[in-house]
Design a protein around this ligand. Structure first.
Ligand code: NAP
Length: 324
Protein backbone atom coordinates (compact mmCIF):
# COMPACT_ATOMS: atom_id res chain seq x y z
CA UNK A 1 0.00 0.00 0.00
CA UNK A 2 1.01 3.62 -0.44
CA UNK A 3 0.78 5.00 3.09
CA UNK A 4 1.09 8.61 4.24
CA UNK A 5 2.26 8.96 7.86
CA UNK A 6 1.74 12.14 9.89
CA UNK A 7 3.58 12.39 13.21
CA UNK A 8 6.22 9.92 11.99
CA UNK A 9 8.94 11.66 14.01
CA UNK A 10 7.24 10.95 17.37
CA UNK A 11 7.81 8.19 19.92
CA UNK A 12 5.16 5.90 18.41
CA UNK A 13 5.30 7.36 14.89
CA UNK A 14 8.94 6.37 14.36
CA UNK A 15 8.11 2.75 15.21
CA UNK A 16 5.07 2.87 12.93
CA UNK A 17 7.21 4.07 10.00
CA UNK A 18 9.76 1.33 10.66
CA UNK A 19 7.03 -1.34 10.90
CA UNK A 20 5.28 -0.22 7.71
CA UNK A 21 8.56 -0.14 5.77
CA UNK A 22 9.42 -3.63 7.12
CA UNK A 23 6.06 -4.91 5.90
CA UNK A 24 6.85 -3.68 2.41
CA UNK A 25 4.52 -0.70 2.23
CA UNK A 26 5.46 2.37 0.23
CA UNK A 27 5.68 4.96 3.04
CA UNK A 28 5.77 8.78 2.87
CA UNK A 29 6.08 11.00 5.94
CA UNK A 30 5.18 14.67 6.29
CA UNK A 31 7.59 16.25 8.78
CA UNK A 32 7.89 19.83 9.87
CA UNK A 33 11.70 19.98 10.10
CA UNK A 34 14.30 18.14 8.13
CA UNK A 35 16.33 18.12 11.34
CA UNK A 36 13.70 15.79 12.84
CA UNK A 37 14.45 13.17 10.21
CA UNK A 38 16.38 10.38 11.85
CA UNK A 39 17.51 6.88 11.03
CA UNK A 40 14.16 5.21 11.93
CA UNK A 41 12.53 6.99 8.98
CA UNK A 42 14.96 5.23 6.65
CA UNK A 43 13.13 3.62 3.77
CA UNK A 44 10.39 6.25 3.84
CA UNK A 45 9.95 9.15 1.46
CA UNK A 46 10.24 12.27 3.66
CA UNK A 47 8.40 15.47 2.71
CA UNK A 48 8.62 18.77 4.55
CA UNK A 49 5.39 20.55 5.40
CA UNK A 50 3.51 22.15 8.29
CA UNK A 51 0.54 19.93 9.06
CA UNK A 52 -1.03 22.82 10.99
CA UNK A 53 -1.25 24.76 7.70
CA UNK A 54 -3.56 23.25 5.06
CA UNK A 55 -1.77 24.85 2.10
CA UNK A 56 1.61 23.66 3.37
CA UNK A 57 0.58 20.05 3.89
CA UNK A 58 -1.18 20.09 0.51
CA UNK A 59 2.01 21.33 -1.16
CA UNK A 60 4.06 18.66 0.66
CA UNK A 61 1.85 15.87 -0.61
CA UNK A 62 1.60 17.52 -4.06
CA UNK A 63 -0.19 15.31 -6.58
CA UNK A 64 0.76 12.00 -4.94
CA UNK A 65 -1.92 9.32 -4.54
CA UNK A 66 -2.18 7.28 -1.34
CA UNK A 67 -4.20 4.29 -0.21
CA UNK A 68 -4.12 5.02 3.52
CA UNK A 69 -3.03 7.49 6.20
CA UNK A 70 -1.68 6.75 9.67
CA UNK A 71 -1.70 9.76 11.98
CA UNK A 72 0.39 9.71 15.16
CA UNK A 73 0.23 13.49 15.55
CA UNK A 74 0.03 14.71 19.14
CA UNK A 75 0.60 17.91 21.04
CA UNK A 76 4.11 17.99 22.45
CA UNK A 77 3.16 20.48 25.18
CA UNK A 78 -0.33 19.44 26.36
CA UNK A 79 -1.27 23.15 26.43
CA UNK A 80 -4.92 23.68 25.35
CA UNK A 81 -4.23 25.91 22.30
CA UNK A 82 -1.52 23.56 21.01
CA UNK A 83 -3.75 20.54 21.60
CA UNK A 84 -6.51 22.04 19.44
CA UNK A 85 -3.98 23.14 16.78
CA UNK A 86 -2.33 19.72 16.49
CA UNK A 87 -4.77 17.02 17.67
CA UNK A 88 -7.76 18.63 15.93
CA UNK A 89 -6.83 21.15 13.22
CA UNK A 90 -3.69 19.45 11.90
CA UNK A 91 -5.50 16.11 11.74
CA UNK A 92 -8.40 17.81 9.89
CA UNK A 93 -5.86 19.21 7.41
CA UNK A 94 -4.30 15.79 6.89
CA UNK A 95 -7.76 14.25 6.42
CA UNK A 96 -8.72 16.85 3.83
CA UNK A 97 -5.49 16.42 1.87
CA UNK A 98 -5.79 12.63 2.19
CA UNK A 99 -9.26 12.63 0.68
CA UNK A 100 -8.08 14.55 -2.36
CA UNK A 101 -5.15 12.10 -2.62
CA UNK A 102 -7.59 9.19 -2.96
CA UNK A 103 -7.14 7.78 0.56
CA UNK A 104 -9.64 5.03 1.46
CA UNK A 105 -8.62 4.38 5.07
CA UNK A 106 -7.42 6.58 7.97
CA UNK A 107 -5.74 5.04 11.03
CA UNK A 108 -5.71 7.41 13.99
CA UNK A 109 -3.57 7.02 17.10
CA UNK A 110 -5.86 8.31 19.86
CA UNK A 111 -5.88 7.46 23.59
CA UNK A 112 -8.08 5.37 25.88
CA UNK A 113 -8.49 8.33 28.25
CA UNK A 114 -10.82 10.11 25.80
CA UNK A 115 -13.60 7.82 27.01
CA UNK A 116 -13.84 10.05 30.12
CA UNK A 117 -12.83 13.46 28.74
CA UNK A 118 -11.98 16.28 31.13
CA UNK A 119 -8.87 17.82 29.59
CA UNK A 120 -8.44 20.10 26.59
CA UNK A 121 -6.35 17.62 24.62
CA UNK A 122 -8.99 14.92 25.15
CA UNK A 123 -11.76 17.17 23.83
CA UNK A 124 -9.58 18.07 20.83
CA UNK A 125 -8.93 14.39 20.10
CA UNK A 126 -12.64 13.55 20.40
CA UNK A 127 -13.62 16.40 18.09
CA UNK A 128 -11.31 14.96 15.42
CA UNK A 129 -12.50 11.40 16.06
CA UNK A 130 -16.07 12.61 15.37
CA UNK A 131 -14.99 14.44 12.20
CA UNK A 132 -13.18 11.33 10.98
CA UNK A 133 -16.15 9.06 11.64
CA UNK A 134 -18.42 11.46 9.73
CA UNK A 135 -16.00 11.88 6.82
CA UNK A 136 -17.00 8.83 4.82
CA UNK A 137 -13.38 7.59 4.81
CA UNK A 138 -12.98 4.17 6.49
CA UNK A 139 -11.38 4.65 9.90
CA UNK A 140 -9.57 2.73 12.63
CA UNK A 141 -9.43 4.78 15.80
CA UNK A 142 -6.83 3.17 18.08
CA UNK A 143 -7.11 4.06 21.76
CA UNK A 144 -4.12 2.59 23.62
CA UNK A 145 -3.69 2.40 27.38
CA UNK A 146 -0.43 3.67 28.90
CA UNK A 147 2.83 3.47 26.93
CA UNK A 148 5.85 1.93 28.65
CA UNK A 149 7.54 5.35 28.71
CA UNK A 150 4.74 6.69 30.92
CA UNK A 151 5.71 4.21 33.64
CA UNK A 152 9.48 4.54 33.24
CA UNK A 153 10.33 7.94 34.70
CA UNK A 154 11.19 6.86 38.23
CA UNK A 155 13.30 3.81 37.40
CA UNK A 156 16.75 5.49 37.44
CA UNK A 157 15.98 7.32 40.71
CA UNK A 158 14.80 4.10 42.36
CA UNK A 159 18.00 2.43 41.18
CA UNK A 160 19.92 5.18 43.02
CA UNK A 161 18.02 4.28 46.20
CA UNK A 162 15.21 6.86 46.08
CA UNK A 163 11.68 5.83 47.07
CA UNK A 164 9.00 5.09 44.45
CA UNK A 165 6.39 7.86 44.57
CA UNK A 166 2.71 6.95 44.31
CA UNK A 167 -0.47 8.96 44.57
CA UNK A 168 -2.83 7.91 47.36
CA UNK A 169 -2.17 4.31 48.39
CA UNK A 170 -0.72 3.38 44.99
CA UNK A 171 -3.81 1.37 44.08
CA UNK A 172 -6.00 4.22 42.80
CA UNK A 173 -5.29 3.37 39.16
CA UNK A 174 -4.21 0.55 36.88
CA UNK A 175 -3.28 0.13 33.24
CA UNK A 176 -2.21 -2.54 30.78
CA UNK A 177 0.94 -0.90 29.42
CA UNK A 178 1.92 -1.50 25.81
CA UNK A 179 5.35 -1.16 24.20
CA UNK A 180 5.93 1.22 21.32
CA UNK A 181 6.87 -1.75 19.12
CA UNK A 182 3.69 -3.73 19.86
CA UNK A 183 1.53 -0.65 19.38
CA UNK A 184 3.19 0.08 16.04
CA UNK A 185 2.40 -3.48 14.96
CA UNK A 186 -1.21 -3.08 16.02
CA UNK A 187 -1.52 0.18 14.05
CA UNK A 188 0.01 -1.51 10.99
CA UNK A 189 -2.39 -4.47 11.40
CA UNK A 190 -5.30 -2.00 11.08
CA UNK A 191 -4.31 -1.40 7.46
CA UNK A 192 -4.35 -5.07 6.63
CA UNK A 193 -7.34 -6.42 8.60
CA UNK A 194 -10.76 -5.31 7.32
CA UNK A 195 -12.29 -6.35 10.70
CA UNK A 196 -10.44 -3.35 12.20
CA UNK A 197 -12.03 -0.90 9.74
CA UNK A 198 -14.70 1.51 10.99
CA UNK A 199 -13.90 0.54 14.57
CA UNK A 200 -12.87 2.29 17.75
CA UNK A 201 -10.20 -0.01 19.18
CA UNK A 202 -9.09 0.24 22.82
CA UNK A 203 -5.85 -1.70 23.21
CA UNK A 204 -3.41 -2.66 25.96
CA UNK A 205 -0.31 -4.77 26.24
CA UNK A 206 -0.06 -8.42 27.33
CA UNK A 207 -0.70 -9.68 30.86
CA UNK A 208 -2.80 -8.49 33.78
CA UNK A 209 -3.25 -4.80 34.69
CA UNK A 210 -0.63 -3.15 36.89
CA UNK A 211 -1.12 -0.54 39.60
CA UNK A 212 1.65 1.84 40.75
CA UNK A 213 2.17 -0.45 43.82
CA UNK A 214 2.74 -3.37 41.47
CA UNK A 215 5.23 -1.29 39.49
CA UNK A 216 7.13 -0.76 42.75
CA UNK A 217 7.01 -4.55 43.32
CA UNK A 218 8.54 -5.17 39.87
CA UNK A 219 11.32 -2.71 40.68
CA UNK A 220 11.88 -4.45 44.05
CA UNK A 221 12.55 -7.68 42.14
CA UNK A 222 15.16 -5.91 40.02
CA UNK A 223 16.79 -4.32 43.03
CA UNK A 224 16.76 -7.55 45.01
CA UNK A 225 15.31 -5.69 48.01
CA UNK A 226 12.03 -3.93 48.79
CA UNK A 227 11.77 -0.50 47.17
CA UNK A 228 10.36 2.01 49.68
CA UNK A 229 7.10 3.60 48.53
CA UNK A 230 6.34 7.25 49.32
CA UNK A 231 2.71 8.29 49.23
CA UNK A 232 1.75 11.69 47.79
CA UNK A 233 -1.75 12.99 48.53
CA UNK A 234 -3.88 13.55 45.45
CA UNK A 235 -5.44 16.68 46.95
CA UNK A 236 -2.06 18.36 46.53
CA UNK A 237 -2.40 18.25 42.73
CA UNK A 238 -5.98 19.55 42.91
CA UNK A 239 -4.82 22.38 45.17
CA UNK A 240 -1.91 23.35 42.89
CA UNK A 241 -4.14 23.21 39.78
CA UNK A 242 -6.76 25.43 41.43
CA UNK A 243 -4.08 27.89 42.61
CA UNK A 244 -2.40 28.12 39.20
CA UNK A 245 -5.80 28.28 37.46
CA UNK A 246 -6.83 31.21 39.68
CA UNK A 247 -3.57 33.08 39.13
CA UNK A 248 -3.85 32.22 35.42
CA UNK A 249 -6.60 34.84 35.11
CA UNK A 250 -3.87 37.46 35.47
CA UNK A 251 -0.85 35.52 34.20
CA UNK A 252 -1.79 33.45 31.11
CA UNK A 253 1.41 31.34 31.34
CA UNK A 254 0.17 29.99 34.67
CA UNK A 255 -3.15 28.90 33.12
CA UNK A 256 -1.17 26.57 30.81
CA UNK A 257 0.77 25.23 33.81
CA UNK A 258 -2.57 24.62 35.58
CA UNK A 259 -3.67 22.44 32.64
CA UNK A 260 -0.45 20.39 32.94
CA UNK A 261 -1.13 19.82 36.64
CA UNK A 262 -4.73 18.85 35.78
CA UNK A 263 -3.29 16.31 33.32
CA UNK A 264 -1.10 14.94 36.13
CA UNK A 265 -4.11 14.76 38.46
CA UNK A 266 -6.15 12.98 35.82
CA UNK A 267 -3.53 10.24 35.42
CA UNK A 268 -3.14 9.99 39.21
CA UNK A 269 -6.82 9.19 39.63
CA UNK A 270 -8.11 7.57 36.41
CA UNK A 271 -7.17 4.10 35.22
CA UNK A 272 -6.06 3.57 31.64
CA UNK A 273 -8.50 0.72 31.11
CA UNK A 274 -11.82 0.36 29.30
CA UNK A 275 -14.55 2.12 31.29
CA UNK A 276 -17.78 0.26 32.02
CA UNK A 277 -20.26 3.15 32.03
CA UNK A 278 -23.18 0.94 33.11
CA UNK A 279 -21.41 0.04 36.37
CA UNK A 280 -19.32 3.22 36.70
CA UNK A 281 -15.98 1.37 36.93
CA UNK A 282 -12.90 0.50 34.94
CA UNK A 283 -12.83 -3.02 33.57
CA UNK A 284 -9.50 -4.75 32.90
CA UNK A 285 -11.26 -7.77 31.36
CA UNK A 286 -12.89 -5.52 28.77
CA UNK A 287 -9.50 -4.01 27.80
CA UNK A 288 -8.06 -6.09 24.96
CA UNK A 289 -4.44 -7.25 25.15
CA UNK A 290 -2.03 -7.34 22.24
CA UNK A 291 1.64 -8.08 21.72
CA UNK A 292 4.48 -9.76 23.56
CA UNK A 293 6.64 -7.10 25.21
CA UNK A 294 6.27 -7.07 29.00
CA UNK A 295 6.74 -4.24 31.47
CA UNK A 296 9.02 -6.52 33.53
CA UNK A 297 11.47 -6.91 30.62
CA UNK A 298 11.22 -3.20 29.80
CA UNK A 299 12.00 -2.23 33.41
CA UNK A 300 15.00 -4.61 33.37
CA UNK A 301 16.30 -2.85 30.26
CA UNK A 302 15.84 0.66 31.70
CA UNK A 303 17.43 -0.57 34.97
CA UNK A 304 20.60 -1.54 33.13
CA UNK A 305 20.64 0.95 30.22
CA UNK A 306 18.78 4.05 31.50
CA UNK A 307 16.02 6.04 29.87
CA UNK A 308 17.78 6.86 26.62
CA UNK A 309 15.28 7.05 23.74
CA UNK A 310 12.22 7.17 25.98
CA UNK A 311 11.38 10.93 25.49
CA UNK A 312 9.41 11.23 28.71
CA UNK A 313 8.07 14.73 28.07
CA UNK A 314 5.05 15.38 30.29
CA UNK A 315 5.49 11.98 31.90
CA UNK A 316 8.62 13.09 33.71
CA UNK A 317 6.54 14.00 36.77
CA UNK A 318 8.80 12.41 39.37
CA UNK A 319 12.12 12.49 37.51
CA UNK A 320 15.22 14.61 37.86
CA UNK A 321 17.10 16.20 34.96
CA UNK A 322 20.05 13.77 35.06
CA UNK A 323 17.97 10.61 34.88
CA UNK A 324 18.57 9.83 31.22
N1 NAP B 1 1.98 8.46 26.71
C1 NAP B 1 1.04 7.55 26.89
O1 NAP B 1 1.10 6.74 27.83
C2 NAP B 1 -0.12 7.49 25.94
C3 NAP B 1 -1.07 6.52 26.15
C4 NAP B 1 -2.13 6.41 25.23
C5 NAP B 1 -2.21 7.27 24.15
N2 NAP B 1 -1.26 8.23 23.99
C6 NAP B 1 -1.39 9.11 22.83
O2 NAP B 1 -0.41 8.75 21.86
C7 NAP B 1 -0.21 9.85 20.98
C8 NAP B 1 1.24 9.96 20.45
O3 NAP B 1 2.14 9.94 21.47
P1 NAP B 1 3.72 10.05 21.19
O4 NAP B 1 4.35 9.92 22.55
O5 NAP B 1 4.16 9.18 20.08
O6 NAP B 1 3.82 11.56 20.68
P2 NAP B 1 5.15 12.44 20.45
O7 NAP B 1 6.38 11.60 20.61
O8 NAP B 1 5.02 13.66 21.28
O9 NAP B 1 5.05 12.81 18.87
C9 NAP B 1 4.19 13.81 18.44
C10 NAP B 1 4.27 13.90 16.94
O10 NAP B 1 3.42 14.98 16.51
C11 NAP B 1 4.22 15.95 15.83
N3 NAP B 1 3.82 17.32 16.17
C12 NAP B 1 3.55 17.80 17.40
N4 NAP B 1 3.25 19.11 17.32
C13 NAP B 1 3.34 19.45 16.01
C14 NAP B 1 3.17 20.66 15.29
N5 NAP B 1 2.82 21.81 15.89
N6 NAP B 1 3.36 20.65 13.96
C15 NAP B 1 3.71 19.52 13.33
N7 NAP B 1 3.90 18.32 13.95
C16 NAP B 1 3.71 18.30 15.28
C17 NAP B 1 5.64 15.73 16.32
O11 NAP B 1 6.54 16.27 15.36
P3 NAP B 1 8.02 16.82 15.83
O12 NAP B 1 8.86 15.59 15.98
O13 NAP B 1 8.42 17.70 14.68
O14 NAP B 1 7.82 17.56 17.11
C18 NAP B 1 5.69 14.22 16.42
O15 NAP B 1 5.88 13.64 15.16
C19 NAP B 1 -0.79 11.05 21.70
O16 NAP B 1 -1.99 11.37 21.05
C20 NAP B 1 -1.11 10.55 23.09
O17 NAP B 1 -2.23 11.19 23.64
C21 NAP B 1 -0.21 8.37 24.86
Amino acid sequence: MRVLVAGGTGYIGRHVVRELVLRGHDVSCVVRREAAVTEPLAGADVRCGEVTDLASVRAAVASQRFDAVVSCLATRTGAPADAWRVEHQANLNVLEVARSAGVQHFVLLSAICVQRPRLAFQHAKLAFERALMASGVAYSIVRPTAFFKSLAGQVPAVKRGKPFMVFGDGELTACKPISERDLARFLADCLEHPAKHNQVLPIGGPGPPVSPRQQAALLSELRGAPVPVRRVPVWLLGFIAALLGGLGRWFPGLAEKAELVRIGRYYATESMLAFDAAHGRYDAEATPSYGHDTLRDFYARVWSEGLSGQELGDHALFTKGNDT
